[in-house]
Design a protein around this ligand. Structure first.
Ligand SMILES: C[S@@+](CC[C@H](N)C(=O)[O-])C[C@H]1O[C@@H](n2cnc3c(N)ncnc32)[C@H](O)[C@@H]1O
Length: 257
């Protein structure tokens, strides 16, 4: 969710409310396991036992997939305890508890040894630090040749419709085209291996669909923060419905040079 400036004043309350709203949803941002699996087939070679982190993991849809697929311990980082508790439960249920290292921390200021990772995975979370801020913070964590897979809201054309421009100018003013984001990645020390657009349908099937069901539960809430979050979510969904060909999430496959 792209919070407006005036909602940032109440950031802590908004985050609590977002956690409550997303409780039980399969994921907290747009994505698709089948698509992630496709991305994984496109990665440059990784060591046999890659050191992996999922940054801004939420309830860990990617962390769990990566742990299962690579059979290595994945560091799953988020600062929202509520999401991490859910991740812990899901990991146990899937018999993956021993392969997920849950880290409650600010993903922008990780004090890990540098370098310490072969693969950074981050879906729908880099924007919180800005794409550039995230890449600057995370590049030193990767070994030379290490890989980052980062999904980032991206404009699919130079001249997006005015409602799209207005919405993101307010909620995410540094949003850019894939070419602009690729240039940022290069300036942060990455080689671009590929840029791949998440199909828009995945937003509806895996993110907005389950979220809509949760929104119904809270529609009569008398909490003004919840009402503001519901309104913002509805506006965001209408924007995608009307202008889904102008923007979306692109997965950037980046190699640290
Ligand atoms: C849109 S959700 C994406 C979650 C997950 N990657 C997914 O795709 O389902 C963004 C996540 O980033 C987390 N987050 C936001 N700012 C953070 C920070 N500074 N450090 C760690 N996690 C953060 C939020 O708690 C949330 O779980």
């Amino acid at each position: 969710l792209f919070l407006k400036e005036d909602m940032m004043d109440e950031q802590a309350r908004c985050i609590e409310t977002l956690i409550e709203l997303h409780r039980g949803t399969p994921r907290q941002g747009p994505g698709d396991i089948g698509f992630s699996e496709h991305i994984l087939t496109l990665l440059p070679d990784l060591p046999d036992q890659p050191r992996i982190a999922d940054l801004g993991c939420g309830t860990g849809v990617a962390a769990l997939h990566l742990a299962e697929r690579f059979q290595v311990k994945v560091r799953a980082v988020d600062f929202a305890r509520g999401f991490l508790e859910e991740l812990e439960k899901r990991a146990r249920q899937r018999g993956l508890g021993h392969l997920v290292d849950i880290v409650e921390a600010d993903m922008g200021t990780l004090d890990w040894p540098r370098p310490c990772l072969d693969l950074i995975w981050s879906e729908g979370a880099a924007y919180i630090l800005t794409f550039e801020g995230a890449l600057k913070a995370w590049h030193p964590l990767l070994v030379p040749g290490g890989v980052a897979v980062i999904s980032e809201l991206s404009y699919f054309k130079e001249n997006v419709a005015q409602p799209v421009r207005d919405f993101f100018d307010e909620g995410y003013p540094t949003a850019g085209t894939e070419a602009e984001n690729s240039a940022i990645a290069q300036s942060c020390g990455f080689e671009i291996i590929g840029t791949h657009r998440l199909p828009t349908q995945a937003w509806w099937d895996n993110y907005y669909g389950p979220l809509k069901k949760r929104m119904k539960i809270f529609e009569d809430s008398d909490d003004p923060v919840m009402q503001a979050v519901l309104q913002e979510s509805t506006t965001e969904m209408e924007l995608l419905r009307d202008h889904g060909s102008d923007y979306g999430y692109s997965f950037y496959i980046l190699k640290a040079v």
